[in-house]
Design a binder for this molecule. Structure first.
Ligand code: SF4
Length: 257
């Protein structure tokens, strides 16, 4: 139901229902300690499994993986199943995802026995059109992303102490300095990027080595997959993210800025 963080799909273990604010989260944001930890990961090339273990040991049960069903996130679901199975998973259902993306969700559920929590916007697409006019993404994509992604993410992270993402430095100039662990000022909790230093080749090597289910659109020219109105296939030689908000200056949805 729109307006709720539905938990019909909550993982069998490691509920991500919002707990009360912990004393630690209410206090100082641990920035110096996180910076030191990040330096330590940086010196060792940031082994992804170590980063996951660090956040799992320190923040479980108040840590969640944000899954958008790109190859990076799918492999993190696999990696979590090996090293930190109690960590909950959620996804932002903008209600504008590709059918292939929903199919990927179901394949991950079957393979790993996980039940990612579905987080929806306050308004469904029809209600948004009544309020703001049709196809808001064509006229005001920043507002559309704010309503359908950023606000739901804020709700999903409420009460958590840390979140895990699949962003990589190589993906975009805006991500070139992504740390392994940091304090996320925008959302007010720790952010972990275990794959920050991974290359595209690293990702696909892992996916194939572990037979991880992935979105079939990746094999059809979609290196980066978001909502269907704002994602197109890219041509050989194009920037991998040029298929997102193609023809606009917009390059990010606001979750990682
Ligand atoms: S990616 Fe496009 S359709 Fe999806 S929330 Fe952003 S502007 Fe709206």
């Amino acid at each position: 139901m729109p307006g709720e963080i539905t938990n019909e799909l909550t993982r069998a273990t490691g509920s991500v229902d919002a707990p009360a604010l912990s004393e630690e989260r209410a206090g100082a944001p641990e920035t110096a300690e996180l910076a030191a930890q990040n330096e330590a990961f940086q010196r060792r090339g940031g082994p992804a499994e170590e980063v996951l273990r660090f956040v799992a040991e320190r923040y479980t049960p108040d840590v969640v993986l944000a899954c958008s069903f790109g190859a990076e996130d799918c492999l993190l679901v696999d990696m979590l199943s090996r090293v930190a199975a109690a960590i909950g998973i959620f996804y932002l259902d903008t209600q504008l995802l590709f059918p292939e993306t929903y199919a990927t969700l179901h394949r991950l559920e079957e393979r790993y026995g996980v039940h990612p929590m579905r987080v929806v916007p306050d308004q469904d697409v029809d209600a948004q059109a009544e309020t703001y006019g049709p196809a808001l993404w064509e006229r005001q994509p920043d507002l559309c992303c704010q309503l359908r992604k950023v606000q739901p993410l804020r709700r999903a992270l409420a009460g958590q102490r840390a979140w895990i993402t699949g962003i990589r430095r190589e993906q975009a100039p805006t991500r070139a300095n992504a740390p392994f662990v940091t304090w996320d000022d925008k959302f007010g909790l720790v952010k972990a990027n275990p794959l920050a230093a991974w290359t595209n080749q690293d990702v696909w090597r892992y996916v194939h080595a572990h037979d991880v289910p992935y979105n079939p659109l990746h094999d059809q020219g979609f290196p980066s997959i978001g909502c269907w109105p704002c994602t197109r296939a890219v041509r050989v030689g194009e920037d991998p993210r040029s298929g997102r908000w193609s023809g606009r200056e917009k390059t990010e949805c606001g979750l990682h800025q």
